[in-house]
Design a protein around this ligand. Sequence first.
Ligand code: MN
Length: 383
Amino acid sequence: MSKKISVLGSTGSIGTQALEVCEKHGFDVIAVAAHSSIKLLAEQVRRYKPEYACVFNEDKYAEFKALVSDTDTEVLCGMEGLCRLAALDEADIILNSVVGMVGLLPTLTAIGAGKDVALANKETLVAGGELVMGLAREKGVNIYPVDSEHSAIFQCLQGNKRSQLSKIILTASGGPFYGRTYDELKKVTKADALKHPNWSMGNKITIDSATLMNKGLEFIEAKWLFDLEPEQIEIVVHRQSVVHSAVEYNDFSVIAQLGVPDMKIPIQYALLYPDRLECPTNRLSLTDYGTLTFGRPDYETFKCLSAAIKAVKLGGAYPCLVNSANEEAVGMFLNDKISFIEIGEIVSSVTDKFDRFGINCYDDVMRADKMAREYVRNLVLKG
Ligand code: MN
């Protein structure tokens, strides 16, 4: 089939798995881009021979350029480079697996250029959901979710009438601290928080999984992707991460998507849609699992989760504010500046600190982002 793909965030967990899927199915990788992992990016240039490679961190540009100077790949840098790769004429699909708010502008650029997007960047929809979905409708562009839960929902929608959906069931692994009390969470260390029971992921999302902020962000994403009211989204803790999510229809029939917890399955579905070809992973054996369990999330202990849901119910810039405050707080936790529970305390204080304002353009998102980060920095500096 030889689809031409541009991979933004190619050295991360999703990016490297996506390249594996691309290789298996004979995709033509025409662009790769990384934040600052230039050694791996250079290896990817040699292996996939893309037309373009971009390093986001401009300080690494000269060093990276030297690393691949003997190749035919054109080297770009910064947000300008990333956005160019998001809108390449010759690309059939853009995979956006960039981490954080940085991913929003490339998504908007890709959609603006009429490119289908396989979306793994959560912040794109959390911070800019209204903008992104509005532009996608206007341009007639498809957004294929890469996240396992949203891919599951997307798969459960196939062949059914969207108008007859009653609700979705968003499953959550519960993270490494499921069942712990608030007092127990006070003693959690960085090493504890970086150990996820089922999925192997980058640091930011692993911490978000431990605080359950990840599920909060996914709740907001689902609202935008599938045009739902918050009341139509139920979160269910499912420790085994085998049922990746489900959809309930008006006849109370519930359709779920299952598989081993391996991101290559949803990545491949987003890239090959609507085809289903053999995936480089393992088959699911239900009898090996034996038991699947389902429970309620603890909204009081995991404050980030309730803060995210509250933010999306309040609307306007609140989801963006909460997301940016979380991004800043997680960075501080990873740099040993704050404790684990302080992430939740900071994030849940955001909705009370700011008056409501709307998001009408990209600059509004950036303004909210800056406000939230400054708020968190001041809060932590003052102790
Ligand atoms: Mn997920």
